[in-house]
Design a protein around this ligand. Structure first.
Ligand code: FDA
Length: 389
């Protein structure tokens, strides 16, 4: 079989690229259905982009790399596409756009676009034995029937990262990179919950509160959720992308309130009340009870001097915690690191040293914050490649 472009991986990036590439296009996925991560994303409603998308929300060894693709196919372009397909959406918070009804609408839109572009979709099919040929690349397709040898002028690798192996993640992008001598930056799980020794927060499982979490030099103000294994919630997932083993994170449990002033005025009016009871006006009661067992939170409010109140507020605004690790690729939403952007054209995603070979989407060392940024990178990098094919 001879095609102009073969795309490996029918996820967000692969489908978007297939739908817009010219010539005869083949797309292959070993999963039973395309876009499985789209289907489960955003609690089944797919947070498909973010109104505030620009390079500030992405991590990469080269923070400038994503700019070109993000500028040439923007969040507004994708919103326009979604609108043209009559998919209703809403902004949830912080610029995050979700489908009103189901993520399946995004998959159906992409499948429809691929069909309109006469894309040849092969599911439950593996691709192996990749080789360079004089006029492009060859590989073997192995599905239900007999193996087929394919020749493709362009090979686009869109197999994503290592996150959630149960959903079809594989290391194919990194294996192909090694085969074609394309450098790869170190990979690690990101947007992932933290774990702690001895189920330290098990008694708090299910408690959520607003917090500012700082890892390294970067802080996020969002919800914090205590779990049986440790800490989760958007603020924690965001911080995990900036955390390194052995480091402490800082948790500010009162990021939006002047707790010191509030407690002083409560002391003036309700000095006989218990300190922990009064703190429960500002923080979840179970969390206050837990903190009271860890620190010296006792007595009535009237017993607390200004200095003591200031100390208490300081400890609640800079709670230092050292995770033992993360839940790893089993639950990580994305993979940090990947195909070294130094090897790619920022305009086309083509490997500069291997004409015809492209890497797009999560496989590349460009990782977004939580909130629709990763799908926008999938759409933008896919369109950058599609325009060049
Ligand atoms: P993606 O992983 O989507 O697709 C890769 C495809 O390649 C898959 O279909 C896979 O089966 C296939 N494949 C892999 N290896 C193969 C092989 N060897 N042979 C053949 N096929 C192979 N992002 C966001 O912006 N908003 C959100 O709401 C969410 N929510 C979310 C929830 C959960 C639970 C997860 C795990 C992740 C998210 N994300 C997200 C992240 C987002 O899903 C992710 O960044 C994109 O799906 C990446 O798109 P890609 O197309 O690069 O990879």
């Amino acid at each position: 079989m001879k095609v102009d472009t073969a795309i490996i991986g029918a996820g967000a990036a692969g489908m978007m690229c297939a739908a817009h590439a010219s010539g005869r296009v083949l797309i292959v996925d070993h999963a039973r259905a395309p876009g499985e991560k789209i289907r489960i994303s955003g609690g089944g409603r797919c947070n498909f982009t973010n109104l505030h998308t620009d390079a500030h929300a992405f991590l990469s060894a080269n923070p400038h790399f994503a700019k070109s693709a993000l500028a040439r196919y923007t969040q507004w372009d994708f919103i326009d596409l979604v609108d043209r397909h009559g998919i209703a959406w809403h902004e949830k918070t912080l610029g995050q756009l979700f489908c009103d009804t189901s993520a399946k609408k995004i998959i159906a839109m992409l499948r429809g676009l691929m069909q309109a572009n006469n894309v040849d979709l092969h599911l439950q099919t593996t691709a192996r034995d990749f080789a360079k040929a004089p006029d492009g690349f060859t590989f073997t397709l192995a599905g239900d029937g007999a193996d087929t040898r394919v020749t493709a002028r362009n090979l686009v690798v869109a197999t994503g990262g290592k996150s959630i192996p149960k959903m079809g993640a594989s290391g194919l992008a990194y294996d192909l990179a090694a085969q074609f001598r394309v450098p790869v930056t170190a990979t690690r799980p990101a947007l992932v919950p933290f774990t702690f020794d001895k189920e330290r927060f098990a008694g708090l499982a299910g408690v959520a509160t607003d917090a500012r979490i700082t890892a390294g030099q970067t802080s996020f103000d969002e919800a914090l959720l205590f779990t049986h294994r440790g800490l989760s919630g958007p603020a924690v997932l965001q911080a995990s992308s900036y955390w390194r083993e052995g480091e402490a994170i800082s948790v500010n449990l009162a990021p939006h309130q002047n707790l010191y002033d509030a407690l002083r005025s409560q002391r003036a009016t309700s000095g006989r009340r218990n300190l922990t009871t009064e703190l429960s006006h500002h923080l979840p009661g179970r969390l206050v009870d837990f903190l009271a067992t860890q620190t010296d939170l006792k007595g009535n409010l009237a017993d607390q001097s200004d200095t003591r109140l200031a100390e208490i507020c300081k400890s609640l605004s800079a709670w230092s915690l050292t995770p033992t690790g993360t839940e790893g690729y089993r639950t990580a939403e994305v993979t940090l690191g990947g195909i070294d952007t130094n090897a790619l054209s920022a305009k086309t995603m083509q490997v500069t040293a291997v004409p015809g070979l492209y890497f797009i989407g999560e496989a590349v060392d460009v990782t977004g914050w939580l909130g629709g940024y990763n799908f926008q990178w999938a759409w933008s990098s896919a369109m950058a490649a599609a325009a060049a094919l």
